[in-house]
Design a protein around this ligand. Sequence first.
Ligand code: SF4
Length: 398
Amino acid sequence: MSQPSLQTIRKKVEDGVRLSAAEGEYLFRDEVDLHAIGELADLVRRRKHGNRAFYNINAHINPTNVCIYRCPLCAYSRDVDDVDAYVLSDEQLAEQARQAAAAGCTELHVVGGVHPDKPYEWYLEVLRVLRFTAPRLHLKAYTAIEIEWLSRISGRSVRSVLEDLIRAGLNSLPGGGAEIFDQQIRTVLCPRKPDARSWLSIHRAAHQLGLRSNATMLYGHVESAEHRIDHLVQLRQLQDVTGGFQAFVPLSFHPQNTAMPHLPRPSPLLDLRTIAISRLMLDNFQHIKAYWISLGLGTAQAALAYGADDLDGTVRQERIHHAAGSETPEVLAVDELRRLIEEAGCRPVERDSLYRPVRRDGATWHVVAEPDAAQSSSAGDTPYVFSPSRNDRPGTVR
Ligand code: SF4
């Protein structure tokens, strides 16, 4: 097989042909022109979305920072008896949900630590409280790591746990806990955490139940380009089977306050390269998210020209990345998000959690299109096999 080159890769991208793992690794070489890669990623992004760029109005709720795993990569988690360990009470959960609903949020993003002393029922109750308090809001809750723990402590199958969570109010899964799939790297980053097989099988089970999910990748620590591409290829393979992933979210590593503070932060150039290559490799993912909390506002805005089509949300009370030294604000005003998008030459489109366009008047909102105009395939896209049966639950849209 011939060596990869930018010329052959460009031709494949223009023709809508899938890139190989070797070609992905080649694009991570420093000597390969970043701007040329960005231009190709922008071509793919425009084919899928034109000049639209998405954002949503959401709130993060982190029910506890106590976590049994205490991963070296994590600045957020605490032991049960640490002075700054917390567990939100039902009243506090309800108050955060109430505030989010009053502010016009369409989504609650709910992730936290794996608390060793909390029973199975507590995790269900968290969702019930949020669902009861904010019945219209989409609940994107619990990473595959939390779900694996629930399966373990209850002795139930993952499918059965997910069914219980759906009954309690769950609408979709976030993409956290994926880190980097390679086990050698996981041994450094998160040695006690469930492995890649577990993460992938939980998302597969969720998709089989009709739930949508996202996928993340934590990069810029001790991994190589080979590990990043292996991660992307494994996600692409699962997406070929289920079609249940909505968005890919590359997460830039923040070393501050972790057990790896000696590592440098990834450069903005690596951030942009990773986003662009993700757009090129993940031909069967509709959305690439430039998560401004992790990237910083400047890089997230630039990422809209390097393959990303989504800036994520306004986000209230972000704790996880700020614990690791993120210098971004904790809340971004809608006007500021829209300005960032417009300055990048894109048209801002507010979306709900399923990428359906939202029309709003202050805190009042409704979804305007069904089926999802933002999600639908355009020429050259791999068709979706996914049927969103569980996602149109009462309370998610008006
Ligand atoms: S990264 Fe997640 S699983 Fe690991 S310690 Fe932090 S909260 Fe726990």
